[in-house]
Design a protein around this ligand. Structure first.
Ligand code: BES
Ligand code: ZN
Length: 630
């Protein structure tokens, strides 16, 4: 605490120097970068920085490449060079504004890719790079028709976060550097392209699509998807893109998008991105959702047929404020994106579906956090239990755990409890206005918190323990839910001899089922597992959350009957949140390890590079080869 106070004294003057004058409404004049060191980018924005990107690219589905020209407007500080990030890109030519060649060098390749250093004469306002993507561009997942819902056309999507944008665009790939973009994208006949900006609602006649993003965004939020897409409006401001056979179900499932958007605006101020649409991607998409501006990218595994998994949409929508508007300055500050978003998501859910619903989600989140913290404490990086991360020298992906999400949200809930909801809401709303289109470091946030919330309300909080401590502080608010207590009572009744089909489950939502499955007793016999499955039909459920929780129990209890379903699930779905627990469970026994290796051998080709990277690590595989002792 003492240390924290001393740090604050140092931070506050700095904070005023760079942001103090920048009140609400002044966002337009805010700098396009801050000078925070980002260990995950080669860019030197203090020397020269991108202010606008113009892409003119062609997508070749057959050759699996994107090729074209990126033209940049820059702010040059006269150091004679600009440095961009690249990863696996083939740079063909670099040109000045008149088309004359500029000298460039590509530096050594590391896990950050290769720096592209371009010599620019003093006064340079723009330049261009002609390039093509490499063989295994990490951001890109190229899908064969059979990997899509309609099985007729190929599909491509990009994933930029955290440091993958540089594998499809030469760019200053740091969350602290923001710019506007425009793009002209040409795609093969019969396919439609959408991006994280203004979007078409119909296929174009010539396969050429134009996009703009007029708000300044960091590179990780540039995104593209190409496929045989259809669009269906949900209401005037929101709608859904998906393959033809999916779009009607998707529009039904996400019918509340517009209400979510209104609830979000009522809480924390105007939505500043024009339309809010969502695209449902094929099941190999490695995340639940990705908050690409104007167009959330989502997994089809949230289409449960009963609207029960749509809190994910509230989450990605909330990022339109926390993340896309006020952005973590570096990946060490990731909790400022995700912790705020989980908090905000829960407030949207509460507004639409009530406190009970939000409370259940909070409890499930706390369970995830406790599991994650136990793993982290036992692992090589116990310091990953902190909100403020130190990921220098590491792939940022490694530090992106439930800690940022759930410990971050718990911290905000504690602050809310200490000052009361009205004051906390006013503080958050002002925070989004004041720092709109800027990046935020943990230090800067803490200084702002102290100045604008804690001091004025004479509240003392153990901030240092929350931000720089490895554990969950004892004063974390405990989420409560009556409804889960009732689930636990039913589990107890089952253990005491009541037949599964006699249990009182008729009112249960997906969350209660998840809690039920997660809290089944250890060491269930084949007969007991069969009894549950016969009563509740878990193995054949179409709800991916319920199925994934059940399959985990099947592995734990060696329930062979479900293994075909497990094999099929892991060969279709590439969402990392499901893959990691299932493969991890399998690795706990010798029999399971063999099964994991067999399944992975066939499934690996269906996973996106970020999932491959993670599961390769779990199984200790390299380059599609099992380890030598396999
Ligand atoms: N921005 C994240 C996804 C992400 C995180 C991509 C880190 C790359 C690196 C997104 O907003 C997210 O958090 N998605 C969650 C869903 C959410 C409801 C917790 C997911 O994908 O499971
Ligand atoms: Zn998120």
């Amino acid at each position: 605490m003492t240390l924290y106070r001393r740090e604050l004294l140092l931070i506050i003057p700095l904070f005023f120097a760079c942001a103090g004058e920048n009140g609400a409404g002044d966002a337009e004049r805010s700098p396009s970068t801050n000078s925070t060191m980002d260990h995950h980018s080669h860019a030197r924005p203090d020397e020269a920085v991108i202010t606008h990107l113009e892409l003119d690219i062609a997508v070749d589905m057959a050759a699996r490449t994107i090729a074209g020209t990126a033209t940049y407007r820059i702010e040059d500080h006269g150091k004679g060079r600009i440095i961009l990030d690249t990863d696996g890109l083939i740079v063909e030519k670099v040109m000045d504004g008149k088309g004359e060649a500029l000298a460039f060098t590509l530096g050594d390749s590391t896990f950050l890719g290769r720096p592209l250093e371009v010599s620019i004469p003093a006064g340079t306002e723009s330049f261009a790079v002609q390039y093509r993507t490499g063989r295994n561009a990490k951001a890109l997942q190229w899908l064969e028709p059979h990997q899509t819902a309609d099985r007729k056309h190929p599909f491509l999507f990009t994933q930029g976060q955290a440091i993958l944008a540089r594998s499809w665009i030469p760019v200053q790939d740091s969350p602290g550097i923001r710019f506007t973009y425009a793009a002209k994208v040409s795609v093969p006949d019969g396919l439609m392209a959408v991006m994280s900006g203004t979007n078409p609602q119909k296929p174009s006649a010539d396969g050429v699509y134009s996009f703009t993003q007029e708000q300044r965004i960091p590179a990780y939020l540039i995104a593209l998807a190409v496929g045989d897409l259809a669009f269906k409006p949900v209401d005037a401001r929101t709608g859904v893109y998906a393959e033809r056979s999916v779009v009607d179900n998707a529009a039904w499932e996400f019918a509340d998008m517009g209400r979510m958007l209104e609830a979000a605006e009522n809480l924390y101020g105007p939505y500043r991105w024009g339309r809010y649409d969502l695209i449902v991607l094929p099941p190999s998409f490695p995340f639940g959702g990705m908050e690409n501006p104007c167009l959330t990218f989502a997994t089809p595994t949230i289409i449960a047929g009963d609207r029960s998994l749509t809190a994910l949409v509230a989450h990605e929508l909330a990022h339109s404020w926390s993340g896309n508007l006020v952005t973590n300055a570096t990946w060490n500050d990731f909790w400022l994106n995700e912790g705020f978003t989980v908090y905000f998501e829960s407030r949207i859910s509460e507004a639409l579906y009530g406190a009970d619903y939000a409370g259940m989600l909070q409890q499930l989140g706390r369970q995830d956090l406790q599991g994650e913290l136990a793993k982290i404490a036992a692992g090589r990086h116990p310091e990953d239990g902190r909100l403020r991360l130190d990921l220098a020298g590491r792939d940022p992906d490694e530090g992106m755990t439930d800690v940022a999400y759930e410990k971050g949200a718990a911290f905000l809930r504690l602050l809310e409890a200490r000052v009361g909801r009205p004051k906390f809401d006013a503080f958050i709303r002002d925070y989004f206005d004041r720092f709109a289109f800027q990046s935020m470091t943990t230090d800067r946030f803490l200084a702002h918190l102290d100045e604008h919330l804690l001091k004025p309300n004479e509240v003392e909080v153990n901030v240092a323990e929350w931000v720089d401590g490895d554990e969950l502080p004892a004063n974390a608010p405990t989420p409560v839910s009556d409804r889960f207590t009732k689930v636990e009572e039913e589990i107890a009744r089952w253990e005491e001899g009541t037949a599964a089909r006699e249990l009182s489950t008729s009112e249960w939502s997906t969350f209660e089922w998840m809690h039920f499955i997660r809290h089944l007793p250890d060491g269930l016999t084949e007969a007991r597992m069969n009894e549950l499955d016969a009563a509740f039909g878990f193995t054949k459920t179409g709800n991916a959350e319920v199925l994934a929780a059940w399959l985990e129990q099947c592995i734990r209890n060696d329930h062979d009957e479900a293994f075909d379903r497990l094999d099929q699930f892991l060969n279709t779905v590439g969402r990392r949140k499901f893959l990691v627990p299932l493969y991890t469970r399998m690795l706990e026994t010798e029999k399971g390890r063999l099964m994991a290796q067999t399944i992975y051998r066939s499934a690996r080709g269906n996973y996106h590079s970020v999932a491959v990277h993670t599961i390769d690590g779990l199984l200790a595989w390299k380059d599609n080869q099992p380890p030598v002792n396999f």
